[in-house]
Design a protein around this ligand. Sequence first.
Ligand SMILES: O=C[C@H](O)[C@H](O)COP(=O)(O)O
Ligand SMILES: C=C(OP(=O)(O)O)C(=O)O
Ligand SMILES: [Mn+2]
Length: 528
Amino acid sequence: MAMRMIQVAESSGRSVSDYERQTARLTKSTSTSSLRPRAATRNVRGSRKAPVHCVLAPKEGTGISEAESEDWGPGSWRNKEAMQQPTWPDQDKLEDCLDMIKKYPPLVFAGEAKTLKDRLADVCLGRGFLLQGGDCAESFAEFRADNIRDTFRVLLQMSNVLMYSSGLPVVKIGRMAGQFAKPRSADMEEIGGVSLPSYRGDNINSDEFTPEARIPNPERLLRAYNQSAATLNLLRGFSTGGYAALTRVTDWNLDFMEDTEQGARYRELANYLDEALQFMSACGMTAEHPIMRQTEFYTSHEALLLDYEQALTRVDTTTDKWYGCSAHFLWVGERTRQLDGAHLEYIRGINNPIGIKISNKCPPAELVELIETINPTNEPGKITVIIRMGAGNVREYLPGLVKAVSAAGQHVVWVSDPMHGNTVKSDSGYKTRPFESIREELRAFFDVHDELGTHPGGVHLEMTGQNVTECTGGMAEVEDSDLPLRYHTHCDPRLNAAQALELAFLIGNRLRKKKNCIKEMNGPCETE
Ligand SMILES: O=C[C@H](O)[C@H](O)COP(=O)(O)O
Ligand SMILES: C=C(OP(=O)(O)O)C(=O)O
Ligand SMILES: [Mn+2]
């Protein structure tokens, strides 16, 4: 990962905007329902402590920071309704934990987020492809070096498959190092006649089905921050320290995949790449070259838990702009993307590249307005629209969305999330996703873009490097009855490593056909 330092003010000697002062005084919602929106207006209570925000002192000579002079602040979301926030039982403890996080170092640097935006601008113009993937919900229980390594490794394998077939650079973003908070369909979960508050992610409560475990505990925020920092540290090590060196392309096969069809296909491709690398080395592009030794890898999560996001929102002193420093890329979920809601308010003010999840419930005009709100200057690379609606809906609704955005002249990266529109309850009672439905949604996504002449810019997957049995189908032939064998997810079912790689080969075939068809300019692309 490219690293560039931004300076962050410590807890003294800085100026604080009116918004910061105002929002530091606001009490949190006392709603008893965790799905109930946070109240738009609240009682004002005395500030327990001086507000601690990592705003820098104004730049010398300018008088006031540009960021602070705008009608936005990291806490201005508190004046809007925030959906899907937990009800913390102990507000003082929450404040204490947030105060600590506000003083912690940022997890990412503004320069990295800026570089990612540049990479996504290329994708937007059809000169790249985005691969975004990882757990639905990271967890404390599954926090192990081998889990991080295996997800990273399968993403590397997939990106090789995609680069080889498409001839395009692949931008890699993990749903990693911060993907903890979960929006839920229901406020309560019922098992065997017992009803308890839903699990909302390991940074809030535990998925254990006991009344105590389901109580939101803000100390979990500190643990999530620390886990994110350690995960990022390892990912930085892998991506820049030699693990991801292209010369190791043949070493990236996962042990348990060696005997699978996908493992064999990857080995074959890796051997081709190895030969090509030997050729390049003979030409003078040796293994020591940074392009050969390192890869760029970025992190992302849903910007759901706004208290936490605010605590990690910092000013980049080189540009005087605000960045969400909990991850390089943040997205707003389908359940929290209300135009007048708190999540839009927060997200519109930070300068990171931003994703918006879109289902068939979003009319074209609303999407145009969402994009305009977050990206009024129409900066390419700023917005990634992540379509998740099921194959049938993609064919019916995506053309209208694409046409409206194109007619408005808006620059976006179009990405398919073929997971969230395809969740079903299996006969055995597990939430699952049939591989064939996932594949069908991707096929529909590519077809629509081919028909409209727009760029299918990428995929967003819930997946893991582990050999889990959570999604059915694929060549690995996971059956309904296999689901209990290795069902480890804390929220939604993920593709296992073999299924993820199989999907990469299928997408790769599609991208290869598109490339050849563009090259030959001979009418409509052959589809798969
Ligand atoms: O990951 C997305 C959502 O949090 C998840 O799909 C919600 O699942 P639920 O419908 O079981 O609440
Ligand atoms: C909550 C998620 O997605 P969506 O907002 O699309 O439902 C998710 O990506 O885990
Ligand atoms: Mn999910």
